[in-house]
Write a protein of this length. Structure first.
Lengths: 448, 464
């Protein structure tokens, strides 16, 4: 069982007071138990003992995503996310999952523009086995031509579900490809269809050697473990895998956008969609916390500005939401609205634009700022409630913000953001010239 | 203010002397109380993070929806946040968001449900909001019109999204035709139009009350203090006046029938194959869960191995035993590119046949047991998970042994029990089949599965 940190809870309860918030990097239970070790081959291992349940979450972050791709091999990072389960020189295709599940473990993985993250959840009795499996696929991945073809079909099926058969997925893909003219954030992580069909085994082998190297990964092991046993297992199963030359850095910078861009998607459907995407900042930018709070004030929860204005008062949309792409490089800040069938896109666009002009000109209230900060504080604690949440949060701060310790300063950093900061960021982002507008228009119905 | 007559303390159970079970997960200590109005209260302290979770269930739910007004309980649950007590809809939302809280309301078949999680410093606020939402919803006319319109538009908009989210609505409606489980909890575009503020108010006054309440609070509080707060907030709530609906089980169907839901332009076909399965209180649940794990409940399951790993026909294929108070559907679901529709469905059916024909080896049994045991503890890791579990146990009148002895029961499931549990799934000759796809491309080839009924995805209902 975890110790009961009553004194810490009191500090957290007062965290909205700036004087105390400055100390909030020391108030998370167990943060002092985190240990790290970097192996000689460059693999960094971060361990957080948490004995609440007899389980372990192991998240292995590889610093590679669709940002590292180019025409002809788009989607290859995501495809790798699949291939990493499909056999090594020592284990046949399917063996990885079969052995893991037979020993009580489960796994998943995800790919973004910036990273590919492999997640294992297992009982502590399977700890050594998991290291064996992870070390094996980092060093010995095999590329059976039959499996390569079969997995192509699986990825195609995923594309059809998440993009081709989803108006929202298709619209976002088109917006990304329009908003970025130079930077590889223009590439859809799932890959363009002809590339999914086209990449070759040589492409895969080169990609694997370059990016699936210990010096390009950070591993997080959270749960019913002790640091020393984890470090010893990492050394035993991964320590001998050689480092590779540092991958070529992505140096392309997106030129400043000069004028609004528009993309229109027309096909079968019921509900029109509108999305605004403004060029924003990278995850490590000093303005990242202010940008997060700005978007939360606009569209987090039923009391947010856009929900109240567009859904409740004007009643012109059924849903409004936001998301902020936070990666190594400056990404997009998205605002989305789902209209009712037959809804008027021009009316909604005008109303959304008016709200953005308003927040950029007039700023926000202290009450809104406090609300957004408190939402961040609560969401921070929700992340700390599970071993998976901890693995995910530590990884995000270590990989994107340079140090996992910054996680524990996050609530304090939100406290430091002022209303003036948010107004300044709103004025910087929400310029028409910095915007891509995406619309989905349902095609006229064919007669029956 | 007096507390209940029946206050029981539960110690953390010692399940068995088997040392292997020490790696399982049992319920931590909690307290149960019954308030004078009949409300059941569960309190569990959990101090790892400064949060408090609440789960409130009101027995009844969508099964009490008036005929032709399906979605009434669901719409009522929406209205509980649209102004309650001293707060109008906007102030209510601002209060939840301002505290960084989460508060959701919904209706399932057998209960209305309110779930919330707040920072523990806002415990009083959370209880006040939950008590207002349940006991003092304003049911304002203008908010009602908005909520109803919104619900109808959301259903229409949802049909543009990934059909995986909706196919089971069609599955339930088609399999449980003329049975209460065939009536959509969320309503449909026609039934929602039939609901009036007056009929919603009637439902609320007669079917929602303190005697039907099960309230579970888990988190960073002191039990004695929380007990007093809950008693004060919910102890004086009056009783519901109408009877709870009595639902009898639907019998398994024999033979096959097919529903084709036309989504013009779709590049994939989504399919759902089901029949009446098992209920939540089935004593053979452990063996059935092991069978479900092997058949379609994990990545290396038989279905996913055939449809994804070996053939690449689909991103995923799974099975599920939906457990309700009475038997819910045992079903298979997957999707594939349009031109592979028949190939994929044939393969799913052949895999179902294999489940019934081939023995489940000792190695498979051991693998499934390890998997179920290994994945169980993270399902009870957080306050909201624990609060939901306490509510679920009370709703189905199950004891804490359902959790505490789960690991032992999984381990103890015998080969004979597992072999028999295969029958939770239907034989392939007896299947209700639902497909969503481009009818012009698949209409002819799917006739071989049975008599086909056709409807359009854009139709305002989930059944033909």
């Amino acid at each position: 069982m975890k110790p009961r940190f009553f004194s810490l809870l009191i500090s957290a309860a007062l965290a909205s007071s700036p004087a105390l918030a400055a100390n909030s990097d020391t108030t998370v239970p167990g943060a002092d138990k985190i240990s790290t070790k970097t192996l000689a081959n460059g693999l960094k291992v971060v361990v957080w003992s948490d004995h609440d349940i007899p389980n372990v979450a192991l998240y292995n972050w590889y610093k590679v995503g669709s940002r590292n791709e180019y025409a002809g091999i788009t989607g290859i990072s995501h495809y790798f996310e699949h291939m990493m389960f499909n056999g090594t020189s020592t284990r046949k295709p399917g063996e990885f999952d079969r052995v893991m599940e037979a020993n009580g473990g489960a796994n998943n993985a995800y790919t973004s523009s910036d990273v590919t993250v492999y997640q294992d959840w297992f009982p502590r009795s399977a700890l050594e086995l998991i290291f064996d499996l992870e070390g094996d696929r980092m060093a010995n991945l095999d590329f059976d031509p039959k499996v390569v073809e079969s997995e192509r079909g699986v990825v195609y099926s995923e594309r059809r579900s998440s993009v081709d058969n989803s108006n929202f997925g298709s619209l976002v893909e088109q917006i990304d490809a329009t908003a970025f003219t130079a930077h590889p954030y223009q590439i859809p992580t799932i890959g363009w269809p002809s590339d999914i069909e086209g990449w070759k085994i040589e492409d895969l082998k080169r990609f694997y050697k370059t990016y699936y190297a210990p010096n390009n990964a950070v591993m997080f092991v959270i749960g019913d473990v002790e640091p020393n046993e984890v470090f010893a297992l990492a050394e035993k199963y991964i320590g001998k895998t050689p480092a590779q030359p540092t991958p070529t850095p992505i140096t392309t910078k997106e030129p400043e956008q000069q004028g609004e861009r528009r993309v229109n998607l027309v096909r079968e459907g019921e509900a029109p969609l509108l999305a605004f995407a403004h060029h924003s900042v990278s995850a490590s930018d000093a303005d990242a916390p202010a940008t997060e709070l700005l978007l939360a004030i606009l569209a987090n929860g039923n009391s947010s500005r856009l929900h109240q204005q567009l859904v409740e008062q004007q009643q012109i949309v059924v849903d409004v939401d936001q998301s902020l792409q936070q990666g190594f490089d400056p990404g997009l800040a998205y605002l989305y609205a789902t209209l009712p069938p037959g809804g008027d896109l021009a009316v909604v666009e005008k109303a959304l634009d008016a709200e953005l002009v308003k927040i950029a000109n007039e700023g926000i209230t202290e009450a809104e700022l406090n609300k957004a900060r408190t939402q961040k504080l609560a969401s921070f604690w929700r992340g700390m409630a599970t071993i998976s949440g901890k693995a995910s949060a530590l990884g995000t701060y270590e990989v994107f913000k340079g140090d996992y310790k910054k996680l524990f300063q996050a609530p304090a950093n939100y406290e430091k953001v002022t209303a003036a900061d948010i107004k300044r960021v709103a004025a910087k982002l929400f310029r028409r010239d910095n915007r891509t507008v995406g619309t989905f228009v349902p095609a006229a119905k064919k007669g029956n | 203010m007096r507390l209940s007559l029946h206050v029981l303390f539960f110690a953390t159970a010692l399940v068995s002397s088997n040392p292997a079970l020490s790696a399982g997960k049992t319920m931590p200590e909690f307290e149960r109380a019954v308030l004078p109005n009949g409300a059941e209260v569960f309190l569990m302290e959990k101090h790892d993070v400064p949060l408090i979770a609440i789960n409130a269930l009101v027995r009844g739910g969508s099964l009490s929806d008036p005929e032709g007004q399906e979605g009434t309980a669901s719409l009522l649950s929406d209205m509980m946040q649209k102004g309650a007590g001293k707060r109008d809809a906007k102030t209510f939302a601002e209060t939840v968001d301002g505290a960084g809280g989460r508060l959701t309301t919904a209706s399932g078949f057998s209960a209305l449900e309110l779930s919330a999680e707040f920072l523990s410093r806002d415990a009083d606020l959370m209880i006040e909001l939950a008590a207002d939402a349940l006991q003092r919803p304003r049911l304002d006319a203008a908010e009602f019109e908005k909520a109803r319109t919104f619900a109808i538009q959301s259903l229409a908009a949802g049909k543009d999204g990934d059909p995986r989210g909706l196919i089971s609505e069609y599955g339930y409606a088609f399999l449980y035709k003329n049975h209460p489980y065939g009536r959509p909890s969320i309503g449909d575009e026609t039934s929602l139009k039939n609901i009036t503020l007056a009929s919603l108010g009637d439902y609320y006054r007669s079917r929602v009350g303190g005697d039907r309440l099960i309230i579970s609070v888990v988190g960073d509080f002191k039990t004695s203090e929380m007990k007093a707060k809950i008693e004060k907030a919910f102890g004086n709530w009056g009783k519901a006046t109408s009877e709870l609906p009595v639902i009898t089980a639907k019998q398994k169907e024999t033979g096959r029938r097919v529903l084709l839901v036309d989504k013009p332009g779709a590049t994939q076909t989504y399919f759902w194959l089901g029949n009446v399965g098992v209920n939540r209180t089935d004593p053979e649940l452990p063996a059935q869960e092991l069978v479900d794990t092997l058949f379609g409940g994990r990545f290396t399951s038989m279905l996913n191995t055939e449809l994804r790993i070996k053939s690449g026909l689909s991103y995923g294929a799974r099975s599920s035993l939906d457990r309700l108070a009475q038997a819910g559907p045992a079903n298979i679901s997957s999707f594939t590119r349009t031109d592979a529709t028949v190939q994929a469905i044939d393969l799913a059916i052949a895999t179902l046949d294999r489940l019934h024909k081939e023995p489940i080896t000792a190695e498979m049994q051991e693998s499934a047991k390890n998997y179920v045991l290994g994945q169980f503890p993270p399902t009870l890791e957080t306050g909201p998970q624990m609060a939901d579990k306490l509510g679920e146990l009370a709703l189905y009148r199950l004891g804490r042994d359902d959790v505490d002895e789960y690991a032992a029961r999984i381990r103890a499931a015998s080969s004979e029990q597992i072999a028999k549990a295969v029958n939770a799934y239907p034989q392939s000759a007896d299947l209700v089949i639902v497909l969503i796809g481009d009818a012009s491309k698949i209409r002819d080839s799917i006739k071989k599965y049975g008599p086909v009924t056709e409807m359009k995805m854009s139709d305002p209902r989930f059944s033909p």
